[in-house]
Design a protein around this ligand. Structure first.
Ligand SMILES: *[C@@H]1O[C@H](CO)[C@@H](O)[C@H](O)[C@H]1NC(C)=O
Ligand SMILES: *[C@@H]1O[C@H](CO)[C@@H](O)[C@H](O)[C@H]1NC(C)=O
Ligand SMILES: *[C@@H]1O[C@H](CO)[C@@H](O)[C@H](O)[C@H]1NC(C)=O
Ligand SMILES: *[C@@H]1O[C@H](CO)[C@@H](O)[C@H](O)[C@H]1NC(C)=O
Ligand SMILES: *[C@@H]1O[C@H](CO)[C@@H](O)[C@H](O)[C@H]1NC(C)=O
Ligand SMILES: [Zn+2]
Length: 634
């Protein structure tokens, strides 16, 4: 397709040097590929030449002994350096600091600015030029042809084209006309149209060809780190794996995921977490400039294949940071003993980001998390799973990462950040349960509450690591409170707790709805939001080494505190359905009774005498210890 119909040759502004064929890596300096859901879009920025001048050189103006402003000095230097006349550029901006002056200019052609052809000139205190950068005139690719300065499509048509192409909405900013240098060197006349995407992740400036409406390139005002990773809303790599752009939530991570001590890393390390294989120096570097981490995991290869090692570090980094950001919104912050190196003077102890050892060599078919007191690093060890060929990598199983990281959350938030308050069998059992329940919370995409199975992929087992799916159906999962009397292993006790919480979640979502934006909005009244709020608030409210009943009471209290008790009857109903009603005792005697104020008169749905027997008898034989591999916490 011919994009530019009428062309005039130009050789005055830009020296015509024949373009060398691209070396692939050289494109990183000049191109940017943006991934849209249905296509990729490439943008071009002509190569910049850059010179520095040590002690500095005088501008022509200064050499002539004339005095001039910073801008006049810069203009005289640009004219000489690029052999352009005054109408070949315009000064865009300038700034003076205690170290010198700076001037930025933009190329003009036919009086129209060239969007991606810019110049910067820097001066020292003695007004001598110390640095000069330009991507017009000195560029290796010269614009051979220039489109005429009059558009042939309307602004409205350009807006429509940009909106369709970028899947967003024009933000109302008036489109302007600019030339856009294409990789061929040709100058296309373009409308500059600003488009916002609905998710707020992108604020594009689109350059729409003013002759035929095609989108020639984009800038994105939202800095776009990108990671190829497992969707946080699914269990594992087989359910959803894609490139995520700019996922950091700046509410929770104000300097993003990579900046620490004022420096932005280009590897899998940052303020909240560092992921590595072997030792801390073995992080994974970006795959392309601009913190692109695009290493597609190859499921046909062993986890130890190079690409898979890198993919593992990227996914654990991505998911662990995502969980940090979600948890932060729901109250696991600096003040409440979270894991961050820099606490931004907001309270708590810093220097304790999570260290994640991927494909850790100390074990297989498991994972674990160590939680020392606030101010010392959390340590997560992720293992390879050997129950399939090729082996499977727990690092690509988000539910395992979520389970492990939640040990950090619950151990820190219970008992004031000491890491000492989920140590009894009963509270340690709930620790396992909260970890499964948080993994369960993440994976919803609508208001339904399907059964949840922990890690079926990594373990290559239909029921994953637990004896039953978590379910609202008491045939599918018959576990009730009294079962723990026969249980001694924390993971089995945890199943009882996690299943109760699964039912609390279902009850809240059924009654109060489900919000799609729950990862980044903890203030709506949707059931899934209320669930995680009470979950987290309850951790702070409960005593050190809580019992099941104390943790239940903390949930109820949490709802009183934050929501004036608006959801307590839903919560009671779910607890009671699994034996933790008002009459339940600390010796694990079930009660299926909700408090008086929650009993719906005229119905028997919350009355319990009969159902007690039924449920108990259906479950009293489901308590033998299974041969499942537990997911530990150390
Ligand atoms: C500078 O540009 C003029 C035309 O604008 C041209 O005649 C001259 O040769 C150029 N000088 C250099 C050094 O390229
Ligand atoms: C960041 O700075 C703090 C304080 O100077 C220091 O203790 C810490 O080790 C630094 N972290 C990194 C990763 O350099
Ligand atoms: C999963 O395990 C079953 C046996 O339990 C085995 O037959 C199957 O081959 C395994 N899957 C893979 C991909 O290895
Ligand atoms: C519960 O699960 C059982 C067994 O899968 C099934 O037969 C039954 O219909 C389910 N009950 C409900 C209410 O879905
Ligand atoms: C079932 O549970 C009851 C009560 O706990 C016990 O007496 C009985 O032996 C169990 N039956 C089997 C088959 O395990
Ligand atoms: Zn665990």
């Amino acid at each position: 397709m011919v994009l530019i119909t009428t062309l005039t040759s130009i050789s005055t502004l830009i020296a015509c040097v024949s373009a060398a064929p691209w070396k692939h890596s050289s494109r990183y300096a000049t191109h940017r590929v943006r991934q849209l859901s249905d296509k990729t879009l490439e943008s071009y920025h002509p190569a910049t030449t850059y010179k520095t001048f040590g002690p500095g050189v005088a501008s022509p103006l200064k050499k002539r002994g004339e005095s001039g402003t910073l801008e006049e000095n810069a203009a005289s230097f640009i004219k000489e350096e690029l052999n352009v006349s005054a109408d070949g550029f315009r000064i865009r901006s300038s700034a003076s600091t205690d170290a010198g002056g700076h001037v930025w200019a933009q190329q003009l052609v036919n009086g129209i600015p060239v969007s991606n052809a810019v110049v910067n000139v820097a001066f020292n205190k003695a007004d001598n030029v110390v640095a000069f950068g330009a991507n017009f005139g000195g560029s290796s690719l010269a614009p051979a042809q220039i489109a005429p300065p009059t558009p042939s499509i309307s602004k409205e048509a350009a807006i429509t084209s940009a909106e369709q192409s970028l899947q967003g909405k024009h933000n109302g900013w008036p489109p302007s006309l600019e030339y856009y240098v294409q990789p061929s060197g040709n100058l296309a006349l373009s409308y500059v149209v600003e488009v916002l995407t609905a998710d707020g992740d992108h604020w594009y400036e689109a350059f729409v060809n003013a002759l035929d409406g095609t989108v020639l390139g984009t800038n994105d005002f939202v800095a776009g780190d990108s990671y190829r990773a497992v969707d946080p809303r699914v269990n594992d790599i087989t359910k959803g794996y894609k490139l995520f752009e700019n996922p950091a939530d700046v509410f929770s991570s104000p300097n993003g995921w990579h900046t620490l001590n004022g420096t932005a890393s280009t590897d899998t390390s940052g303020n909240n977490v560092i992921t590595y294989k072997g030792d801390l120096s073995q992080t994974t570097q970006q795959s392309a400039d601009g913190r692109v981490f695009d290493y597609p995991y190859d499921l046909t290869l062993d986890p130890t294949a190079q690409i898979n090692v890198k993919a593992a570090a990227v996914n654990t980094f991505f998911i662990s940071n995502t969980i940090h950001d979600i948890n932060y919104r729901y109250g696991f912050t600096e003040k409440t003993f979270n894991f961050q190196d820099d606490n931004f003077d907001k309270g708590g102890q810093g220097n304790d980001r999570i260290l994640i050892s991927t494909q850790d060599g100390s074990g297989t078919n498991n994972a674990n998390f160590a939680t020392p007191a606030d101010g010392r690093n959390g340590r997560m060890r992720m293992y390879v799973w050997t129950q399939s060929t090729p082996k499977r990598d727990g690092d690509l199983s988000n539910d395992i990462i979520a389970h492990e990281q939640t040990h950090g959350t619950t151990n820190r938030m219970t008992g004031g950040g000491t890491g000492r308050c989920l140590q009894t069998t009963e509270s340690g059992g709930m620790g396992e349960g909260w970890s499964d329940a948080f993994a369960d919370w993440l994976v919803h995409t609508d208001a339904s509450t399907p059964d949840f199975v922990l890690s079926p992929w990594a373990s290559n087992k239909t029921f994953g690591l637990r004896t039953h799916p978590y379910s609202t159906n008491s045939t599918t999962n018959p576990l009730i409170y009294s079962n723990i009397a026969q249980l001694s292993k924390v993971h089995r006790i945890g199943e009882v707790w996690a299943n109760i919480l699964h039912n609390v979640y279902a009850e809240l979502v059924n009654n109060f709805g489900w919000a799609a934006d729950a990862f980044t909005n903890a203030d709506s009244n949707a059931g899934n939001v209320v669930f995680l709020r009470n979950f987290m608030d309850g951790l702070l409210l409960q005593p050190c080494n809580p019992t099941f009943l104390q943790a239940r009471d903390a949930w109820i209290q949490a709802d009183q505190n934050r929501y004036k008790g608006a959801h307590v009857c839903s919560i009671w109903k779910a607890f009671a359905s699994r034996g933790m009603g008002v009459g339940a005792t600390s010796t694990f005697v079930d009660s299926f009774v909700v408090p008086k104020e929650c009993q719906v008169s005229g119905t028997t749905s919350t009355e319990t005498g009969a159902s007690t027997t039924t449920v108990e008898s259906s479950t009293s034989n489901s308590t033998s210890e299974p041969t499942v591999v537990p997911t530990n916490t150390e």
